[in-house]
Design a protein around this ligand. Structure first.
Ligand code: SF4
Length: 338
């Protein structure tokens, strides 16, 4: 099923030159969730993220795409240790985040922030926005009362609010404004990396464009690196320098954005791209239909995890798992066809 993937945002001028300084590296990350039986024993496990490796270059936007349930959000949360990883490393500034504790972990968390799909649920309805944002500074023991207020005013201004918004309550803001508050809360402690988890999925198309443009402006001003998680290939194309495609907990393809859309290699990526509606009614694109449902991550298929739905599957696909290998110029694919 690929119907969830849709194109809603106009294509931006292409970004081609990604900086090459690695700021964060994910190595063989795994996140399994145990399934507990009636006797309180572990009877099985959900393999949500299964041996995923990629890196983020400083100042770039890396888009992570795939169907719902492919493990992309779990990957983002596990990188920040909002979920404890089962295995693997996340290297930031030479340190493995998964080994940090106490103050060391707290200090790193200042550098790595997250913006969620719906920030409203995490905004205290009884507090004014100014107080909510100041709380973040208090938690990290930053500044005195006057400095904190100034900093909040400054950040609110950066994300397009006026002074009076400082005194408003969360319910007085629209969906797009709340997303800007979520962004302000992430920005206020001056992070280097922001993980954006479906940040525009719940917004109207026109508001999506505003928030995406704001993300791009702020990225330049604050020298930020984004991991942008989305099921929407149209949105991801608009904002990303490189894209990683996930399927059933695995990274199956990775490429610079323009290259991926011009020359997708993995059969799954081809199917996803073929499902994007074309704006020109005279241009017809052949749709590749994926047959069958997404297999369960409790019991993923042996060999290539995509073989149960792949139109090109052969015997070797059912037996041997393909490794992610570089084909050309940063374009990697995990498929026996290459
Ligand atoms: Fe299809 Fe085989 Fe490639 Fe997997 S390895 S995507 S099953 S051709």
């Amino acid at each position: 099923m690929v119907s969830e993937i849709s194109q809603v945002v106009p294509q931006s001028p292409s970004k081609t030159e990604a900086p090459k300084d690695v700021i964060l590296e994910v190595k063989n990350l795994k996140k399994y969730f145990p399934i507990i039986g009636s006797l309180n024993n572990k009877i099985s496990q959900v393999q949500a993220v299964n041996d995923v490796s990629f890196c983020l270059f400083r100042g770039e936007t890396y888009g992570l795409v795939g169907e719902s349930g492919c493990g992309k959000s779990t990957t983002g949360r596990t990188i920040l240790r909002l979920l404890e990883p089962t295995e693997g490393e996340v290297i930031y500034q030479g340190k493995d985040i998964n080994k940090l504790k106490g103050n060391n972990l707290r200090n790193i968390r200042r550098e790595l922030q997250m913006v969620f799909q719906d920030p409203y649920s995490s905004l205290n309805p009884r507090k004014r926005i100014g107080a909510i944002l100041e709380e973040t500074l208090k938690i990290h023991k930053l500044g005195n009362k006057k400095e904190r207020t100034e900093q909040v005013m400054n950040i609110l201004n950066k994300v397009g609010f006026q002074k009076e918004h400082y005194y408003r309550f969360p319910h007085e803001f629209s969906g797009g404004q709340r997303q800007r508050i979520g962004l302000a809360r992430a920005l206020i402690i001056n992070p280097s990396v922001i993980i954006c988890d479906e940040p525009v999925s719940a917004l109207d198309v026109s508001i999506q464009s505003q928030v995406l443009n704001l993300l791009e402006d702020i990225q330049e001003d604050f020298n930020l690196t984004y991991l942008f998680i989305s099921h929407d290939l149209g949105v991801v194309r608009h904002i990303s320098d490189r894209i990683g495609v996930m399927y059933l907990g695995k990274l199956v393809e990775e490429s610079p954005t323009d290259e991926l859309y011009a020359n997708p290699l993995h059969p799954y990526t081809k199917a996803l791209l073929s499902a994007i509606p074309v704006a020109n009614p005279f241009v017809k694109r052949e749709k590749i239909k994926l047959i069958g449902e997404l297999p369960s991550p409790v019991n993923p298929p042996k060999g290539c995890v995509f073989h149960t739905r792949c139109p090109f599957a052969t015997d070797i696909c059912k037996q041997a798992e393909p490794v992610l290998k570089t084909i050309d110029n940063g374009h990697k694919v995990a498929c026996h066809l290459y």
